[in-house]
Design a protein. Sequence first.
Length: 434
Amino acid sequence: MNEVKLGLLGCGTVGAGVLKIYQANRAGLEERAGCPIAIAAVADKDLETPREGLRLADWPVTKDAAKVLDDPGVQVVIELVGGLEPARTFILRALQSGKHVVTANKALLATHGAELFEAARAHGVLLGFEAAVAGGVPIIRSLRDGLAANRILSIYGIVNGTSNYILSKMTDEGRPFAEILKEAQAKGYAEVDPTLDVEGMDSAHKLQILASLAFRTPVDLKEIHTEGITRITPDDLANARELGYRIKLLAIAKAANGELEVRVHPTMIPDGSPLASVSGVFNAIFVSGDAVGDQMFYGRGAGQMPTASAVWSDLIEIARRLAAGQGALPQDLPLWTETSLALRPMEAIRSSYYLRVSALDKPGVLSQVAGILGQHEISIASVIQKGRAAVRAVPVVMMTHEALERDMRRALLEIDRLPVVADRTVMIRVEEPP
């Protein structure tokens, strides 16, 4: 049976993991693929820095990406360079040369996915991206194949391990965001510049991929409402626990009445929800389908070996196709329905809300706040007032019944303009996953 030759672009953390798995389990990989597999070339700009558990001298290494892209013997290119460029150019060049591609590049797919999928479709090749979302958790193949008989109703995902680690530690230990962030950076759970993680953009990239695939609707990254976790305090987390909730950074996609909601933000979920118990750097994705009901996918969402495992999932599938003489099918790539769902504006969603109002401890304050909420058709479900102070502001915590986002935003603008309100009100949406 003909040998399938792979070319690797990028031998950083994940790329080294791909080579380690091949080195340790080549026979098993080839048995599952049904053919011999060879690593024909490994390209990386840095061939001097040692890779733990790997001797680069044992591999066909080069600093020139063209040695991979232009080699007629390489049938599958593994793109693990990261970033938008030159990764986009590399992938397009490979696809246009008739080479299959496997990537873990979530930011690239979220930004240029439509272009890349169209190029793969035009040249009759596969573009695998299982590793782009949730590391080793097989969510992409599950949505594409395992749940193909279903109309997906909703997705709730904890898809960023850095933010989940920070919120978990803040909840359990009562320490502030900045302190836990430094600890996460020291342990390698957070980047030196953690902005993409803690401001929610990494989760938005992953949600764009999941929502586009699950709902067969093109979703522009700019249309995903995105908030991060930097304003969440230990007090908010303690209040949530007192009220029977946990706060998680959720990626949410919900279809209803012909529209699709796509949003990323801190969210209060009931203690009893399976997602509430997901802690540390783990990821979990809760999917509801009309036939299968509720499913939860849980595991390590990042890291060298889990992500490399997902890369090999795609590589084995492609090698299996090549060994059987089968090509790519249009159905292998994300397809939009003829009647794609319209995207619901964020202001049109409905939710319950947690509010923490920083108010002066004076008579009538609560009635002023409640009056403004009432004027905007927002009713209060419960109130907790913390402490008393003669001069400084004290937190007034409220839980509301379900309301329109547009009404809540307008109400908060008025509340925060009150002379008795000392700081911007904290608002956290409340969800109850099925």
